[in-house]
Each structure stands twice: as C-alpha cells, then as structure tokens.
Design a protein around this ligand. Structure first.
Ligand SMILES: [Zn+2]
Ligand SMILES: [Zn+2]
Length: 215
C-alpha cells in the first residue's frame, strides 16, 4: 500500500483482485470523507484503510469482472452507493445506484471528483479526475492504451485518450487499473513519438485552446 499525499487529499493504493488489479481510496483529510475507485476481489487492505473514513461512493471505471468482483464485500463494509456509466451498467452484476455522465462531479468532503467518459475499452468506460490525480481504469496504462476490439473501438479509444486525457497538464498523475502509475507528461512523450512514426494511424494530441491553459 503506497500513500500519496497532497494537501487536499490522500490517495491509498492496493494491489488485489483476480488480474493484478489496482484499487484506490481517496480521502479528504479535513472531513474524513472518501471515495473508492474500482472494486476488485479481496479488497481487505483497502477496507482497512477506509475504516476511519465515510465512504461516499464506490466509483467503477468500467464493467469488466476483475474490477467488480469485490463489490459486494466493499458495499457490505461501507454501505456506500456504487457509481458507473449507463453504457456499461446493463452488463454489471448489480445495477449502479448512481449513473455518471461525462463532466459529472462527485463530492466527498472538500474533494471534487470529475467523471470523464472515455469510451473505447468498453462503451461506458469512465476515468475519474481528483485535482491532478487521474484514475484511468483500463482506458490508459502507464505505457500503453488499454485493449480495444475492432477498428471502430480502437479509433474511439484513441480519440478518448487524446481528446479527453492527453489535454490534461503534464504533471497529472496517471493511476491505472493495472500496472504501475506514471505521470501524463511521460505518456504524452511516448505518444508523440508514435504519432511521428505512424501519422496516418494515430490522431495527434489536440492543441489546447489558450483559455484552457492554467494561469
Ligand atoms: Zn477492462
Ligand atoms: Zn482490467
């Protein structure tokens, strides 16, 4: 379990689940309210960390089984509502209590969690952004996009990644559903090199309008 610390919130990470899954707990230190991101099997360590906190929501990145096998355990322990995107909801073992849409904000204490709909890996894949921490599920890993099946899904995934994620600042922490974390700037560098090599296959990272730049 690694602890990342930011003035506004704490992030706990645990490796668990049936496919080497990452699950996260994000806590507001002022109010001890928290959210859990993804629900893999055997989430005991995460629940241990969640104990002194009030879990406001269990935020699911997408419908795949390995991200949901611990849902009952987490729901039983916390009583928190489960949130997911409508386009993945029908294939989930239980119906989400909250349906999130692109741009929705979930509040826990002083933290604001922004839902970013990133279809491609699945139609209802969602990334969650808390300040400069981006939880990407299986949409984007540290060194590669997630899996997609078929040309259309691959194009959709690349559009989601370039248009909605790679436009975020370079110092954004990238916290995926599997494997190591990274920072977005490192992935952008990799991606730009791939675009230079395969300009016909890969969409470029859009120019960010000046009004969206920080400061
Ligand atoms: Zn998946
Ligand atoms: Zn997965």
């Amino acid at each position: 379990m690694t602890l990342l610390y930011d003035k506004e919130f704490r992030v706990f990470w645990t490796l668990c689940g049936s496919d080497g899954n990452n699950a996260y707990l994000v806590v507001c230190p002022q109010t001890q309210e928290s959210v859990i991101i993804d629900a893999p099997m055997n989430p005991e360590k995460l629940l241990e960390q969640a104990k002194g906190t009030r879990v406001k929501a269990i935020l699911i990145t997408h419908k795949h089984r390995d991200h949901l096998e611990g849902l009952k355990e987490i729901t039983d322990a916390t009583g928190a509502p489960m949130a997911a995107h409508a386009e993945d909801a029908a294939d989930m073992p239980v119906s989400p209590n909250i349906l999130v849409k692109d741009g929705d904000t979930i509040t826990a204490g002083t933290m604001e969690v922004k839902a970013i709909h990133t279809p491609g890996h699945t139609p209802g894949s969602v990334c969650y952004l808390v300040s400069n921490h981006l939880f990407t599920g299986d949409t984007l890993y540290a060194h590669a996009p997630g899996e997609s099946h078929g040309v259309e899904a691959t194009q959709q995934l690349l559009r989601s990644i370039t248009e909605k994620l790679l436009v975020l600042p370079d110092d954004t922490f990238l916290l995926p559903g599997h494997g190591n974390g990274s920072i977005l700037g490192a992935f952008k560098k990799l991606y730009r090199a791939w675009v230079a090599e395969y300009p016909d296959l890969l969409p470029p990272i859009p120019e960010i309008p000046p009004s969206h730049l920080p400061g």
